[in-house]
Ligand binder design. Structure first.
Ligand code: NAD
Ligand code: ZN
Length: 364
C-alpha cells in the first residue's frame, strides 16, 4: 500500500507492506537518495540485533555506504547525550548535506534520529523505517524531539522525513504488550475521524493482536492516512492538528508520574482516552462514546482503569507543566461522538481532576 503526505514541496510517500526492508535500496534510489554520500542508520539494541544486518547488507550490496549507531532500547535514549553521540558518529563518518539519516526502530529511535537529522548541518534528509505499531503514528508528521530531565519532547523541531518505509514483517517480533500499546494510537485515529473504522476495530481486535497480516496492513494504512490528512492540513499545529492529542493530556501526565516505566505510551493514552470520553459524556455526548471507547481499548489488550497508587495531585502537577496549561484551565480534546472530537481551549482543571479520580474506579 502507498500513501502520500501532501505538503507541497515537502510531500513524501509512505510505503506499507511486507518485505520492504530487503528492498530499501530500491526505494532509496527511486527517491533520489544518492550513493556518493554516506548514510547513517540509527537503531536500538533490540531492533538492531534483529534487523540491522539485513538492512545494511541490502544497502551495501546496492552500492550505498552506511555507518550505524546503536542506542540503548527505551525512552532514556531520547536524550541530548545520545543526540551528541549521533552527531559525533555523523561527523567521523563524513556525513554531508547530501547524506541521509535512517531511523530503524520505534518512536524513540524515530524521534531521536529525526532530531539529529533536523539539526546536523541545519538539516539533512531523514528516512523513517518504523518497526513498531505505535510508530505508524510517530513516523508520520515530522515532529522530532529529545527529552529534557524536566520535560518530555521539549527539545525538538519539525522535520518531515523524505520517506516512510514500513515493513510489516518486522512487527512479528514485537512483544504483545508493545502490540497493544501501539494499537492505542490506531484506536485514537478512529476515535477522532471515523466511526466506521472504530466499528471495524471492535470486530477485528483479536486479529490485530494476533498480527494477522491482512487486518494489520489495513489498520496501519488507515491510521497513517488519518494522520497524513490532518498533518497536511495543519503541519505546525496551529489548530486542527491538536485533535491528535486525544487522550494525551491525561496520558502524558500518567507517563511522567509513572516515571516513564510503569505505563507504556499507548497504555497511558488508553486510560487518558477513557477519561476524555467520560468528560465528553458529561458535556453532552451520547453515553455510547464512553462505552465504545472503553470496550474497544479493552479488546485491544489495553488498561482502561488507572492503578489506584497513582497520586492524583502528582498527576495534576504534571499536567501543569503542559505547554497549554494556564490558570486552572487547559486545552483538552473532547469526544462529541464516535469519530468526532472538539478542541476545548478552556477546560477546567477541577473537572479533569474529578475524572482522574473516577478513572481509578473503572471496571477493567
Ligand atoms: P520504542 O521505540 O521504545 O519501542 C518499544 C520497544 O520495542 C523498545 O524496547 C524496542 O527496542 C522494541 N522494538 C521495536 N521494534 C521492535 C520489533 N520489531 N521487534 C521487537 N522489538 C521491537 O517505543 P514506541 O512505542 O515505538 O515509541 C514511543 C515513543 O514515540 C515515545 O518516545 C513517544 O514520545 C514517541 N512518539 C512520537 C510521536 C511523534 O509524532 N513524533 C508520536 C507518538 C509517539
Ligand atoms: Zn501518542
Amino acid at each position: 500500500r502507498e500513501l502520500t503526505v501532501q505538503l507541497g514541496e515537502r510531500s513524501y510517500p509512505i510505503y506499507i507492506g511486507e518485505g520492504l526492508l530487503d528492498q530499501a535500496a530500491f526505494y532509496f534510489d527511486k527517491h533520489g537518495i544518492g550513493k556518493q554520500s554516506p548514510l547513517l542508520i540509527v537503531t536500538d539494541e533490540q531492533v538492531g540485533r534483529l534487523y540491522l544486518d539485513k538492512l545494511e547488507s541490502g544497502l551495501r550490496a546496492a552500492g550505498y555506504r552506511t555507518v550505524s549507531a546503536v542506542v540503548p532500547a527505551g525512552e532514556q535514549a531520547k536524550s541530548l547525550l545520545q543526540f551528541e553521540e549521533l552527531i559525533t558518529i555523523a561527523l567521523k563518518a563524513g556525513l554531508d548535506r547530501k547524506s541521509a539519516i535512517i531511523a530503524l526502530g520505534g518512536g524513540v529511535v524515530g524521534d531521536l534520529a529525526g532530531y539529529a537529522a533536523a539539526a546536523y548541518m541545519r538539516g539533512i534528509r531523514f528516512i523513517q523505517m518504523p518497526t513498531t505499531i505505535l510508530a505508524h503514528d510517530s513516523s508520520v508528521g515530522g515532529k522530532v524531539a529529545v527529552n529534557h530531565p524536566l520535560a518530555k519532547n521539549i527539545i525538538g523541531a519539525f522535520h518531515q522525513p523524505a520517506m516512510v518505509l514500513y515493513d510489516l514483517e518486522t512487527l512479528r517480533t514485537l512483544p504483545p504488550r508493545e502490540v497493544s500499546s501501539g494499537l492505542a494510537e490506531v484506536v485514537k485515529h478512529g476515535l477522532i475521524r471515523s466511526a466506521e473504522f472504530v466499528a471495524w476495530i471492535d470486530e477485528n481486535a483479536d486479529k490485530l493482536r494476533a498480527l494477522d497480516p491482512e487486518a494489520l496492513g489495513y489498520a496501519l494504512y488507515f491510521g497513517c492516512r488519518v494522520k497524513a490528512e490532518i498533518v497536511s492540513q495543519d503541519e505546525r499545529e496551529n489548530d486542527l492538528r491538536a485533535i491528535l492529542n486525544l487522550g494525551h493530556t491525561i496520558g502524558h501526565a500518567l507517563e511522567a508520574v509513572g516515571g516513564y516505566g510503569e505505563l507504556l505510551h499507548g497504555e497511558a493514552i488508553a486510560i487518558g482516552m477513557v477519561g476524555a470520553a467520560r468528560i465528553g459524556v458529561e458535556l453532552g455526548a451520547p453515553r455510547e462514546v464512553y462505552e465504545v471507547t472503553k470496550r474497544v481499548l479493552a479488546k485491544c489488550g489495553l488498561p482502561v482503569r488507572l492503578p489506584a497508587h497513582f497520586d492524583t495531585d502528582a498527576i495534576m502537577d504534571a499536567m501543569r507543566h503542559d505547554k497549554k496549561f494556564k490558570e486552572g484551565r487547559m486545552v483538552f480534546i473532547v469526544p462529541t461522538a464516535i469519530g468526532d472530537v472538539v478542541i476545548d481551549k478552556n477546560m477546567s482543571a477541577e473537572r479533569v481532576r474529578r475524572i482522574v479520580e473516577q478513572l481509578k474506579e473503572e471496571e477493567q
